[in-house]
Design a protein around this ligand. Sequence first.
Ligand code: SAM
Length: 248
Amino acid sequence: MRFDLLTIFPEFFVGPFEFGIIRRAKQQGQVEVNIHDLRSFTTDKHHIVDDRPFGGDDGMVLKPEPLFRAVEALRKPDEQTAVVLLTPQGRVFQQSEAQRFAHNFTQMILICGRYEGVDERVAQHIVTDEISIGDYVLTGGEIPAMVLVDAITRLLPNVLGSATSAVNDSFSTGLLDFPQYTRPASFNGIDVPEILLSGHHANIAKWRRREALRKTLKMRPDLIQALLARAALTAEEQRWIEETQQEN
Ligand SMILES: C[S@@+](CC[C@H](N)C(=O)[O-])C[C@H]1O[C@@H](n2cnc3c(N)ncnc32)[C@H](O)[C@@H]1O
């Protein structure tokens, strides 16, 4: 995957892609992250990227011309390219969306807005996806762009250490991940569940599935409702959910 990030603050990205899995994916050539200064796509002497909103109001808006020029210059004709505008008005980013980008595209151009946002003609004419990272407003699209690069990169083939590492991740199965424990087995008098020390893999798998259900029911009942609506739970699991709900 080739990521091309368009920003008026390229320095923002010094550091975040230099650690852990993303750094290794870059070193191994599984991912390329290019940061582009939007000002370098201007043609005027002062490299102006913003202007006041038509109709009057406070603040500034990112102008269309540098963004149109940048996307035209960066789009690779041989790649499957998604042009993403980070905006609080977009579809809320989810694991399924990260999977869709990871599996269907080989280039992503990410446009980081600033100020009051981006001239609407950009969204109307050159953007393929408007994406939000949640229902709150940040000062710029740089942090959302980092979120997308991180979440998508770890889903690319061979990026995670083991082929199964992402399989049980929260949301991948429709549930939250099961609880994880590590050494010591007893800490301040708090013991890890005994079954995890038993070495009985089938029983451990059953316990993990049940605990993932329990955690999801407690923290994200909306996810359980979605699974029930898709008939994606066994009859036994449905019974257990009904009983647990009645107890609480
Ligand atoms: C201050 S915001 C502009 C908000 C805009 N006036 C509105 O209310 O929709 C500036 C930029 O930050 C980015 N941004 C802010 N919140 C975001 C979010 N939740 N998801 C994605 N991008 C966001 C966008 O790129 C946006 O253009």
